[in-house]
Design a protein around this ligand. Structure first.
Ligand code: GAP
Length: 443
């Protein structure tokens, strides 16, 4: 399978099975906007929930916030986003298509073959809108281009209310917006996306230690969610290429079918942001060490995770095509089969209940069983089509376990549990089923 082909297949599967489809499609779409469908939202929510559990709830040195998405514009003045958050842009003089100057390496315009371009000029990536009814300069607000800033701006309230002591972190997940010049590659680069970010506040002398520590934590997370480690690269970003606030950045890059590109990043932001906010707001943002009495502006290590790129890397790592099928039943399946080997912790559907007959005597207890399991997990009940086809449908959306309920189940009160990856089948007592799955789903 060629790598381009791989992307086409994944986009098509996502659309066909309700993971992700083009946004506003009945109106012809909106360029590069994507909607998460019934399965996509489960996968995305499972990723966010697991992240929050690992990095916030299971730690005593981390607290979360959920801040307003539109902030006082002075935030972006202080953070440097108004003056620095831009990409260089050139425009084709003939068709006026715009390109990012730093990545454009062609002689001719790919759109109209024109050969003349304007000189590069800086284009600010923040989306603007107006707060209130008057569309005037004084009412301009920006949609946040990163979730990070609220964690700096709220730093004093968090210290006061949570009684955390340095080193500690603040975490936030949520939408961010960037008016990207060249969005594309499915959900890789969009203008509206989600981030999961941590600002970890440390004493300056400790930043290198925590930088290494958080890099390891990011590796551990990637392993938790089943991202293919052979496709990961850790790239130290050179002096001229880092974001304006960063003194060290390591990008975690992934081999996507369209090339090796950024998945996550970790940056040492020094005390740049707190210093800037202290200067512009004229508020005292210093931290006072309760033991030594030392007052200082903490330094920050920032691990940042794009949610949509996580979804993409998870799907690409999980996508497995089996030529000629897996012959799970007596039905000969000739064409290739797709199995999404998504880690069971984040799989959208955890269990499928499949009765072997539509007759009431089988389907009613099978539905009861599905309802019982729904108390704990997201369960699909499916009675349409042959059992082979139903297994294939579940394999294609990554369901780790299928439970078949048959006529014998009425007698022996057992069901057959099939494992997606090994295809082994086990008879399990219905009474033991909750325990059986709890053992397998709990980490
Ligand atoms: N607070 C630091 C920050 O925002 P960034 O590298 O600009 O750093 C963080 O963005 C992460 O957000 C990236 O590693 C990527 O996963 C995701 N991301 C950034 N721009 C994106 C876009 N246009 N579409 C989808 N994800 C994006």
């Amino acid at each position: 399978m060629s790598e381009n082909n791989m992307m086409e297949k994944l986009v098509s599967l996502c659309k066909r099975r309700g993971f992700i489809f083009p946004g506003s499609e009945i109106y012809g779409g909106l360029a590069n906007s994507w909607d998460y469908g019934p399965l996509g939202v489960e996968l995305k929510n499972n990723i966010k929930k697991l992240w929050w559990k690992k990095f916030v709830q299971q730690r005593d040195d981390m607290v979360g916030i959920d801040a307003a998405l539109m902030m006082n514009p002075k935030v972006w003045q202080a953070s440097g986003h108004i003056s620095n958050f831009s990409d260089p842009l050139i425009e084709c003089k003939k068709c006026h298509t715009r390109f990012r100057a730093d990545t454009f390496d062609q002689e001719k315009c790919p759109n109209c073959k024109g050969t003349e371009f304007t000189a590069a000029k800086e284009f600010n990536l923040m989306f603007k809108t107006f707060m209130g009814p008057a569309e005037e300069e004084a009412n301009i607000v920006y949609f946040r281009p990163e979730t990070a800033q609220a964690m700096f701006v709220d730093f004093p309230q968090v210290v006061e209310t949570s009684r955390q002591r340095i080193p500690f972190g603040i975490a936030q997940t949520g939408k961010a917006f960037r008016n990207e010049i060249t969005p594309g590659n499915f959900i890789f680069r969009t203008r509206e996306f989600e981030q999961m970010e941590i600002e970890y506040f440390v004493h300056e002398k400790d930043w290198e230690k925590y930088f290494e520590y958080w890099l390891e934590q990011m590796k551990s997370w990637l392993s938790d969610i089943g991202v293919d480690s052979s496709k990961l690269h850790y790239v130290d970003i050179g002096d001229g290429d880092r974001a304006h606030y960063s003194k060290r950045t390591v990008d975690i890059e992934f081999d996507y079918p369209f090339g090796q590109k950024e998945l996550y990043g970790i940056a040492y932001r020094s005390n740049h942001d707190l210093t800037q906010h202290q200067n512009v707001s004229k508020q005292d943002l210093e931290y006072r060490d309760p033991e030594t009495g030392e007052k200082f502006l903490p330094h920050v290590v920032e691990p940042t995770f794009g949610v949509d790129r996580t979804v993409l890397a998870v799907l690409l790592s999980a996508y497995t095509e089996i030529e000629g099928g897996r012959s799970t039943t007596t039905e000969a399946i000739k064409e290739s089969e797709v199995v999404l080997k998504i880690d069971k912790k984040i799989a959208p559907v955890k269990v499928a209940v499949l009765p072997l007959s539509k007759k009431d005597e089988v389907s009613i207890p099978a539905k009861d069983l599905a309802n019982k399991l729904r108390k704990y997990w997201y369960v699909q009940y499916d009675e349409t089509g042959s059992i082979g086809k139903r297994y294939r449908r579940q394999d294609e959306i990554g369901t780790p376990y299928c439970v078949t309920y048959d006529f014998d189940s009425l007698e022996d009160k057992k069901v057959t549990v099939r494992d997606r990856d090994t295809m082994t089948q086990e008879r399990v007592s219905i009474d033991d089923l909750e325990k059986y799955f709890k053992e397998r789903f709990e980490d």
